[in-house]
Design a protein around this ligand. Structure first.
Ligand code: PMP
Length: 442
């Protein structure tokens, strides 16, 4: 390579290392360098060589492998305590059906055409009022409707992150966020979870690396269920304002509280215009609606509007009409009230049965909202090992390493209590106990 392109030997070696990192080649010591099979020229000369046309792809984190593991090994009667979803048995499908039957005849065929990228204006208005009641003062034009908050994550990262930029995350955190940041070439700075918010480490990162963005789930965190106190939220805003750090506040769970209402959002406390707030209807209603929203300063939202236009022109009008009716006719409040009681009972059942059957082997904290119980294994085996045994006895969960930017031999796991009734949850935990028992023997 060095001779061919007249570059130094070091440059050539670095180029090989880079290709290896991108998984295009693998280097066998003492043997040579090989193009990976999937990129090798195995195509017939008449076929288009897709691997050569695709641009370089940054290696996904462990999380992808994790979901493959779950799909491949799961039997029919398995109890899934993995995916963070609402219980489909409570999707308000009849109400949506009724709203649609009443509403569609009032529409003009033109209404089924395109709408502005920003979203359906009455829904933006409804959301602006909802945000106002939660202490976020904003104008309707500062709110954009998204096709789920995953889209907000991607669009925000796309307009902010250049390869090599630093992004601060809480560690552990939502794996979908880690993947987005890594896929855009961000360098991740992890804030470890502890008994209190790690302000010293944060300030050290801010002075040393000058990151542009911090990603944060302040209420009923995914995966660990923690909530940042009001005092720490205020301090975080002060620090972020001082260092001109943008904060991407991801808030899917704050309405799913089972004790007290969580503190004001970072956006409600935002004194410097640096908080980008996002929420979604996926957890409080149905993920299939594919609707979420974002509120931020006009300069940021206008750029997001441009980017969203490139991606999908706008989110589905049909979903937006029905959701707006669902909220304005009072169904959302009723639904939330019902779901809080249901999920609280499930959380209690999981916590009680875990304490009863696995107390010595797992430690955990009871979350005050959200969907997840974050557990630590007190014995010597890893959570991936436990998952292998658990799948054999018909229960699944997500091993902790999926929630970190670097994968290590991890002893944490996330159990989701939202999807099943108490009886199934108890059966799931007793299967987990069986799996743990098998490993403890060795
Ligand atoms: N953020 C967090 C913290 C989540 O848990 C999820 C869903 N697992 C999302 C974003 C994405 O949600 P959606 O795109 O369905 O709105």
């Amino acid at each position: 390579l060095a001779l061919l392109f007249k570059v130094s030997r070091t440059t050539a070696i670095n180029a090989y290392r880079h290709l290896e990192k991108l998984s295009y080649i693998h280097i066998r010591k003492g043997s040579g360098t090989y193009v990976r099979d999937k990129y090798a020229l195995q195509v017939k000369s008449t076929e288009i060589p897709w691997p050569q046309l695709l641009k370089p792809y940054i290696q996904p984190s462990m999380a992808t492998l994790m979901s493959e593991l779950l799909v491949n090994n799961v039997g029919d009667d398995k109890i899934s305590l993995d995916a963070g979803m609402p219980d489909p048995n409570y999707y308000p499908i009849n109400v949506f059906n009724k709203l649609q039957v009443d509403f569609f005849p009032k529409l003009n065929p033109r209404d089924f055409g395109h709408i502005p990228v920003h979203g359906y204006q009455p829904l933006r208005h409804t959301i602006t009022e909802m945000l106002g009641s939660e202490g976020v003062k904003c104008h309707c034009d500062d709110v954009i409707i998204l096709s789920g908050s995953q889209q907000g994550l991607y669009l925000s990262a796309r307009v902010l992150i250049e390869p090599g930029d630093y992004v601060i995350i809480q560690a552990p955190t939502y794996l979908g966020a880690i993947q987005v940041f890594q896929s855009l070439g961000a360098r991740i700075l992890s804030l470890p979870e502890g008994n209190s918010f790690p302000f010293e480490i944060l300030e050290d990162y801010l002075t040393r690396y000058r990151p542009k963005l911090m990603y944060c789930i302040p209420s009923f965190h995914n995966p660990n269920g923690n909530t940042i106190t009001i005092e720490d939220r205020k301090r975080l805003i002060q620090l972020a304002a001082r260092y001109r750090l943008a904060i991407l506040e991801d808030d899917p769970y704050s309405k799913l509280y089972y004790e007290d209402i969580p503190p004001l959002s970072l956006k409600a406390l935002d004194t410097y215009g640096g908080v980008i707030y996002m929420s979604t209807f996926s957890k409080i209603l149905m993920p299939g609606l594919r609707l979420g929203y974002m509120v931020a300063q006009p300069a940021f939202i206008n750029r997001i509007i441009l980017e969203k236009q490139y991606v999908d022109l706008h989110s589905s009008n049909i979903s937006q009409w029905l959701l707006n009716l669902f909220i304005t006719e009072g169904y959302l409040e009723k639904h939330l009230k019902k779901m809080r009681t249901i999920y609280k009972n499930r959380r209690n059942a999981m916590a009680e049965y875990l304490s009863y059957s696995l107390k010595a082997k797992l430690s955990f904290q009871v979350p005050k909202g959200g969907f997840y119980m974050w557990c630590k294994i007190n014995e010597r085996f890893s959570s991936t090992k436990l998952l292998q045994e658990a799948l054999k006895v018909g229960v699944s969960f997500i091993p902790g390493e999926g929630f970190y930017s670097t994968s290590e031999n991890n002893q944490e796991l996330r159990l989701c209590f939202s999807q099943h009734n108490q009886k199934t949850i108890i059966e799931g935990i007793s299967r987990l106990e069986k799996a743990t028992g098998r490993l403890s023997k060795f």
